[in-house]
Design a protein around this ligand. Structure first.
Ligand code: NAD
Length: 417
């Protein structure tokens, strides 16, 4: 069960509440409000696979195409035990606002399979991926809906997805992003979400007059997003005092040696037994006395139950929907500076867009160009959100939603019903 589930607030509800707040602030008319709150298409499929021991397991897979007014649906695929229609729909809505906010020509989608991948071996995960994609392949394609990695999926998963789609639609590099470099992936994509998180933080720090080299941080989650966020935060001088993954948290007052943690994870498979810090729980990590808290794992981790104990003065949302609505209210009351997910973690989908562009043009960019273009978009988006929040006297989240909603609403209006 997700943290804070007793609050009866799901990711779907969190996304809807955030949308409603912005719609209220911008006095959005009722018709547009209904149109933009309703998912375009929700699909649920059965995903049966034969395990290596001969038994049959049947999983449930989901794909939600939330809004495609501004372009093909775009969104990751996650494999996790809390995946359900509500969560996937909420994440697809967030993708809609994220792609609009950073102004890339995509709509919003999301997918997932309710499965604990720790109980499957690599061959079983491949079969699961191929079966899931075979069930939804008619919805996918370079100009329809383009998946990408998310929790417990990676470049290898995307390579299988590419192969499945290409078997049906012909060689289709642009049908999926986050692929390995050897198979049309983009330089810089793997690090892009974590890199973007830190670009946004740096730009807002500049605008607010903070000195990152005098700050401390704690990062929850040591997967794709968390590892790169921790690495780049360290690079700009932030002392990362704690990191964590599913095995627990690791605290070091002097700062965690991120390279040593990466080396440990490469060898051991996870952070379990990492000697570079004192063992703490994930719950304790969220309540550490640091300047910046960076949730980079699951949704709903800061909620009604623990938000009063969060001591950080900045919450940098690297994960999707790490705050519940009540958690957000509590933090806002105490003046915590919240950098919203649809801005903070938009670097991943931005470089996915660059990958799609390169695949369509059959032309590769070098990493310097990818990172340079990413920085431009993250900086500009951060400046726009910061200015809108100041101008309208609203939170960064409401400002970000307002910019995004205006863009999607305009595309809807121009296209007509
Ligand atoms: P990942 O699978 O690479 O890593 C997930 C990490 O979370 C792992 O270290 C895992 O051990 C840890 N974790 C899992 N359960 C945990 C628990 N109960 N307590 C503490 N840690 C736990 O996933 P990711 O791609 O890094 O995604 C992380 C978050 O970032 C998700 O919310 C995802 O939606 C979001 N996100 C990812 C991308 C991307 O490009 N991958 C882009 C935007 C947003």
């Amino acid at each position: 069960m997700q943290a804070g589930a007793d609050e009866h607030v799901s990711i779907g509800q969190t996304a809807q509440t955030q949308f409603d707040k912005a719609a209220e602030a911008m006095e959005l008319d009722d018709e547009t409000r209904t149109l933009l709150s309703t998912p375009f298409r929700e699909v649920r499929v059965e995903v049966p696979i034969r395990k290596d021991d001969g038994t049959l397991s049947v999983y449930t897979g989901y794909r939600v195409q939330f809004n495609g007014a501004r372009g093909p649906f775009k969104g990751g695929i996650r494999y996790a035990t809390d995946v359900d229609m509500d969560e996937v729909c909420g994440l697809a809505a967030l993708m809609t606002w994220k792609t609009a906010l950073v102004d890339i020509p995509f709509g919003g989608g999301k997918g997932g399979v309710n499965v604990d991948v720790h109980h499957l071996n690599i061959y079983e995960i491949e079969r699961l991926t191929r079966k899931f994609i075979s069930r939804i392949s008619r919805l996918l394609g370079p100009y329809r809906d383009i998946p990408a990695p998310d929790m417990y999926t990676n470049a290898q998963t995307m390579a299988w997805i590419f192969d499945e789609i290409s078997g049906r639609q012909g060689y289709s590099l642009a049908a999926v992003t986050g692929k390995p470099i050897a198979l049309g992936g983009s330089e810089g994509r793997e690090a892009a979400t974590g890199r973007g998180v830190v670009y946004v933080f740096e730009e807002l720090a500049r605008l607010e007059g903070w000195d990152p080299s005098a700050m401390t941080a704690a990062v929850q989650g040591f997967g794709n997003v968390g590892t790169f966020a921790a690495t780049f935060l360290t690079d700009i001088g932030v002392r990362v005092k704690a990191i964590s993954d599913i095995t627990g948290g690791y605290y070091n007052e002097k700062g965690i040696d991120i390279q040593a943690a990466l080396a440990h994870r490469a060898e051991a498979g996870d952070l379990g037994g990492f000697p570079g810090g004192d063992l703490i729980t994930n719950a304790e990590l969220l309540e550490l006395d640091v300047d910046v808290l960076v949730p980079a794992a699951m949704g709903g981790v800061v909620n009604r139950d623990n938000s009063d104990r969060v001591k950080a003065r900045i919450l940098l949302e690297a994960a999707n929907a790490p705050l519940t609505s009540i958690g957000q209210c509590h933090l806002e009351e105490r003046g915590v500076y919240i950098i919203p997910d649809i801005l903070a973690n938009a670097g991943g989908v931005t470089v996915s867009y660059f990958e799609w562009v390169q695949n369509i043009q059959q032309f590769s960019w070098d990493e310097e160009r990818v990172n340079g273009e990413l920085k431009k978009i993250m900086n500009l988006s951060s400046q726009k959100v910061h200015a809108a929040a100041k101008e309208k006297n609203v939170t960064l989240r409401t400002a970000a939603f307002t910019i995004a909603i205006e863009r999607v609403a305009e595309a809807e209006r121009l296209r007509g019903v």
